[in-house]
Design a protein around this ligand. Structure first.
Ligand SMILES: *Cc1c(COP(=O)(O)O)cnc(C)c1O
Length: 421
């Protein structure tokens, strides 16, 4: 459920007309709903009720300061994957003790930053990382809490680019080697082993892979405890999918996910962390764009928009589906049209969808891409010298620009010409 609904024939974000926002900030732009973000965080929080837990929002999905502040003020932790994300989380007021640091390539500099600034735990992904973290911790006189990310070799049944828990993926250590690697970690100074981490993929619409992975983590917990390790915390990652295509079957809800957690690891008495990103932010955002032209091709019609792959890369990168709906609600019984929906960028890959049956559109009319709140703005670029597009946050009947559109001069003047040229 989200808060982007038609009211009297116009698409609203909560109680604000998207057309009114378009008139003030211009198109294209991203718009997020505070009520939807809040709702999704609460769903996860409630799903784990009765177990000691922390919902650590995977901020790579959408790391705007306003989004982080909103979630952080509700008590969310943050899952960060870079020093930049760590700094963003802290800048938004999230304390270090609620930040977990994931990622396969943490640098020494990033380790220093997080240890000195305060960190809940590092999720270690390899032996060389473990050795480096140990030496950095010792040099700072610290003892840092760590989990080790295990790769349970489970098929997440999702897009190959976002599958992370199968043999051959670059993430974590093979679960078959866990006993050995935990023994090494325990012997290293400066590290305090506190638990196990797992994250097997993204946009997962089936609970079975989660169940299999959590079961393996539960078994490993018993084994490691038997070896004398204190396993007090399980970080179970993120990855729950969202209904990009409204007409399709509904993916499982946070409540169902929580039930699987309870069934598979609830008996272990561990503190539970989860790292949802997409499910919190995805349906909390839309991308609003204007039709520039409707072009008749030889065998098809093109809807040419002012948004492009540089603004929303998911269709080009993953073949991802987004619902595209007009800001003016189609009249009942109106004949649909069929379009290839494309952007102005000079790449054939700049195609949002092909042969989409949707409302008939004319030039100047506005459309919204639904489910664009996660992995949208954060993955955008200025390819084709198209300035980054603004982000807007709505709460109730108020809205604010939470990242302005840079001017062309701002974009151009980031480059410098050497004096010798
Ligand atoms: C990307 C990622 C997440 C979030 O995944 P979603 O599918 O957005 O929920 C969580 N944990 C880690 C380690 C990740 O890399």
């Amino acid at each position: 459920m989200d808060h982007f609904l038609y009211q009297d024939g116009e698409l609203f974000a909560e109680d604000v007309s998207l057309r009114d926002i378009a008139a003030q900030v211009g198109t294209p732009f991203y718009c997020y709903s505070a009520a939807t973000l809040t709702r999704h965080f609460n769903l996860f929080d409630e799903a784990l009720a009765g177990m000691e837990h922390l919902v650590c929002y995977a901020m790579k999905a959408n790391s705007n300061q306003a989004v982080l502040k909103l979630l952080g003020d509700m008590g969310a932790g943050m899952d960060v994957v870079s020093g930049g994300e760590y700094r963003r989380a802290r800048a938004a007021g999230v304390p270090g003790e609620r930040i977990v640091f994931s990622g396969v390539g943490k640098t020494e500099e990033e380790m220093r930053l997080a240890i000195s600034g305060g960190i809940r735990q590092f999720n270690i992904e390899s032996e060389p990382e473990m050795v480096l973290l140990s030496s950095v911790a010792v040099s700072l006189g610290a003892e840092v809490p760590v989990t080790i990310r295990v790769n349970p070799d489970v098929d997440a049944k999702t897009h190959e680019k976002i599958s992370t828990g199968k043999k051959g993926d670059k993430f974590g250590i093979p679960i078959s080697r866990a006993v050995e690697v935990y023994a090494q970690a325990a012997a290293l100074p400066g590290l305090k082993v506190i638990g196990i981490d797992v994250h097997i993929g993204s946009q997962m619409v089936d609970l079975e892979p989660f169940r299999l992975a959590f079961r393996k983590v539960a078994e490993l917990t018993e084994v490691l405890r038997g070896e004398g390790h204190e396993i007090a915390r399980l970080d179970l990652g993120g990855g729950l999918g969202i209904p990009y295509e409204r007409s399709n079957a509904d993916p499982p809800l946070p409540r169902d996910f929580g039930q699987v957690v309870r069934e598979e690891v609830g008996h272990l008495g561990c503190e539970i962390e989860i790292e949802p990103g997409r499910l919190i932010a995805g349906n909390a955002g839309v991308l609003v764009s204007k039709v520039i032209y409707v072009k008749s091709g030889e065998d098809r019609n093109f809807l040419i928009l002012d948004a492009a792959m540089n603004d929303l890369i998911r269709p080009a990168m993953y073949g991802a589906y987004h619902d595209i709906i007009p800001l003016s609600e189609p009249k009942p019984g109106a004949e649909p049209a069929t379009y290839d929906v494309v952007g102005p960028v000079c790449e054939s890959g700049d195609t949002f969808t092909k042969q989409r049956v949707m409302a008939e559109m004319g030039p100047g009319e506005l459309v919204a891409f639904r489910s664009a709140g996660a992995y949208g703005a954060v993955m955008s670029s200025e390819y084709n010298s198209r300035p980054l597009i603004p982000e807007v946050l709505v709460r109730g009947d108020q809205f604010a620009v939470i990242r302005p559109r840079p001017t062309f001069d701002e974009m151009i003047n980031r480059d410098t010409i050497p004096p010798w040229l």
